[in-house]
Ligand binder design. Sequence first.
Ligand code: HEM
Length: 268
Amino acid sequence: MKWSSITAVATGLVGTAAAQAESVPYTDAETGIAFQQYPSTDGIQFRVALPETIEPGQPYDVILQIEAPKSLGWVGWAWAGQMTYNPLTILWPNGDQVMHSSRMAFGYSPPSAYPDATYQILKGTGITGDTMKFTALCKGCSSWTDFTGEPFTVDASQEARFAYAFSANPVATPSDNTSTFSIHDSVGHWYHDLPAAKSASFDEWVAKNTVAGNGTGAAGINVNAGLGVAGLRRAPLRFMERVRRDLGADVGTRLEERRKETRAVAML
Ligand code: HEM
């Protein structure tokens, strides 16, 4: 093949990848934050803003915002585009409050609490009319330990495949962020343009939208406050250590089974 053809193919591939992104620019009037937003066909908006500089393979913070009808029982965002083995950001209404809960699922069953993603609530969180909105700085949404036990980081240099799920059924105890809830009515996947979500204003947006009284209460936020970057890098590994301890020697077998299942699905 001639170089010109190779270049054309390569350009075509890049074009295809870029065309996959389903997010669009959106500036939130309440916070002034310029997000990349995925407007799902279910009337739920998923938004992300990122720091301008992200080192390849290194954890990074994200500002996320979810806007959804308050009539929903719960809404979830899956950070690797799948139900299992990735941080799940779950929201639900509780009167005039928006509750959030950090979870991870280890199978197609109710997800467990996941303490290694922490959320600092920002302005732009609450219920107005028929809409619930959640805005937060998340540490631990972009990197975690995957099902093979290896560190995984969402690649911010290209589109990322995310997933969501929601249910119209209320959670069992809305005032408790460890509440149980039942299976989704629907799930969806999308490609988010992460390079376009980066901004030099990231830190300024966090500072400007930080609200007083953050870090306490039933929402259980900031459980890892003060870890810093080094602590953040260690946090997902500590979580997997706890999982291994809880599951005992059996965890290796389970992880291997899961790996085989995933390979089998990938080959279909
Ligand atoms: C009680 C809680 C939950 C139960 C019992 C449950 C159960 C299931 C089951 C059985 C499937 C497989 C469906 C099929 O293959 O036809 C599935 C798929 C899925 N679930 Fe859940 N789920 C729950 C919560 C969640 C949450 C909180 C999320 C967060 C976003 C989520 C995201 C997904 C996604 C994206 C799929 C599609 C398959 C995949 O990408 O892994 N689920 N769930």
